[in-house]
Design a protein around this ligand. Sequence first.
Ligand SMILES: CC(C)(COP(=O)(O)OP(=O)(O)OC[C@H]1O[C@@H](n2cnc3c(N)ncnc32)[C@H](O)[C@@H]1OP(=O)(O)O)[C@@H](O)C(=O)NCCC(=O)NCCS
Length: 415
Amino acid sequence: MEIRPTTDQDFDVFVDTLHAAFGRFPETPNEGGGGVWWAALEMDRGLLALTADGRPVGTAAAYSFELTLPGETLVPAAGVTAVGVLPSHRRQGVLSAMMRHQLTEVRARGEFLSVLLCTEALIYRRFGYGPATYTAQLTVPRHRGALTLPRARGTADAPATGSDTGTGTGTIEVLRRAECGEILEEVYDRYRRAQPGALSRPHRWWAVGAGQPPISPAPRYVAVHRDADGVPDGYASYSMGESETLTVDETIATDDAVYTALARFVLGHDLVAKVVFKHVPHDHPLRWQLADFRAGEVSGDMDWLWVRLLDVPRALTARGWFTDGELVLDVDDPFLGEHGRYLLTVRDNKADCVPTDREPDLSLDVSDLGSIYLGGTAPSTLVRAGHIRAHNPDAATLADALFRAERSPHCLHWF
Ligand SMILES: CC(C)(COP(=O)(O)OP(=O)(O)OC[C@H]1O[C@@H](n2cnc3c(N)ncnc32)[C@H](O)[C@@H]1OP(=O)(O)O)[C@@H](O)C(=O)NCCC(=O)NCCS
């Protein structure tokens, strides 16, 4: 078995092998190559696994993203994608070999973490990945969708119109996806810089329409919110489906009031029986804004971004911290055959992380450190689950306080 990097010349064989692994046939790309997710592949980050006689049997690739850490720190992140092994060659170690190769390559590029979305949750923990962000879908029957704004802003729960946006100063305009120009790209970019767990969407994605709506050119209406100066600061991409269901692909807002205005807008759409908001964080304020707290039904609650740390001190010193404290972490990385014990010291929102031989407070696998890294999984939950070992009674409580983020991490980019 040989694992070799790909070049642009390998594009067709790469895409064909990947589709065969999934038992699918490639869709026909739109004119100009747009509209299919593989149009944005970075072929200099691909890997092909080949048999001894040169037949391709496995693929893996990575995108060069930026990930927003707690504290609004942006760091490079390898976004692992296009992972597949032909059904004829499964369970012979092909994926394991590709993962090893890829992690070495990610480190060689100077990236200290990689991220992925997984088809099946049983695959990637063994390679050091842990679920770190979560997402869900919120369904609201329109007749129970009145929103009550906090007293400080005055109470307003009338159905939305184009000008009554809930912010008092903004406006909403409905555009067709094809009329949006650079608006979505610009608004998304502002949003993701302040949202822990969010990934950048490289310009190429928008240029070739790779990914899910609204990046892809699939027909959509987009409610674009603008501030008092006319600058776009939020959008909701939506379409009407069966049974008078309006589905919102994503609601992107640069502040909470804009999100509220967009939610109010779609909930006020005529001839709609229910609104499905895809990709709502579990603890999103929208649930609390519904006058009828039970009107919002949460479903499809699932893991989204999995995180794999490749350099513990760099990773821990890169993110922002919000509570002072000191913890000794004993971190095991069985897949890479590595182990380290680190003293994490947080003072004034900054961390220092150095090797130590002090007794540990917590012993954990690198995949569990990935899970707690963005602040979306409480260390105490993993202690109670038996994943993390706490060596003293206060360790889990202190770790909870230390690792929390300024807000729940959330990612809605699909790759
Ligand atoms: C998932 C997939 C890539 C695994 O490739 P593979 O070459 O068979 O994996 P490996 O042989 O290296 O397996 C390594 C270990 O992971 C386990 N494993 C691999 N895939 C698994 C799965 N889907 N569920 C549970 N365990 C799995 C293997 O049993 C093996 O365990 P072991 O070390 O205890 O023996 C392959 O089955 C595939 O292409 N599936 C369809 C496409 C897909 O789901 N891709 C992932 C996209 S996120």
